[in-house]
Design a protein. Structure first.
Length: 136
């Protein structure tokens, strides 16, 4: 993957993350917390892939995303470990929301998932496009 491909793939993943976040918000507004929690997870998943693609890394699974994120962003101190752990927790929540009929998701829980996804996306966007230092 050359630099142009890395930037293009990373940008496309970040845009997909933003789309998933908008979908999560719409589902939340429609009082559909299961769908909102699921789409919030995908927002985080695609934002994490954007970070990895920016380095030329191409994860093929959820586990790969988690592992590579830890190795290339958490260990070097570029990403807060608590923020990185969101992806695994939200993946489990997404699984429950999509597949477990006995799972219960409240609007408060899905609102927290959306807020967590917003934080992750903001951080990912800052890592991908850092603000230039103000030279005054």
């Amino acid at each position: 993957m050359n630099a142009e491909n890395r930037a293009g793939n990373s940008g496309a993943e970040l845009e997909r993350a933003r789309t998933c976040l908008r979908e999560a918000r719409h589902l939340q507004e429609a009082d559909l917390p299961y769908g909102a929690a699921s789409r919030a997870y995908y927002a985080v998943f695609h934002a994490a892939r954007a970070l990895l693609f920016s380095l030329g890394l191409e994860p093929t699974s959820h586990g790969g995303v988690v592992s590579l994120l830890g190795e290339h962003f958490v260990r070097p101190g570029r990403l807060d470990p608590q923020l990185a752990r969101l992806i695994s927790r939200m993946h489990a929540d997404r699984h429950d929301a999509d597949y477990l009929v006995q799972a219960v998701f409240t609007t408060a829980e899905s609102a927290k998932a959306i807020a967590d996804a917003e934080r992750f996306l903001e951080t990912a966007a800052q890592l991908l496009h850092p603000e230039p230092a103000n030279e005054s």
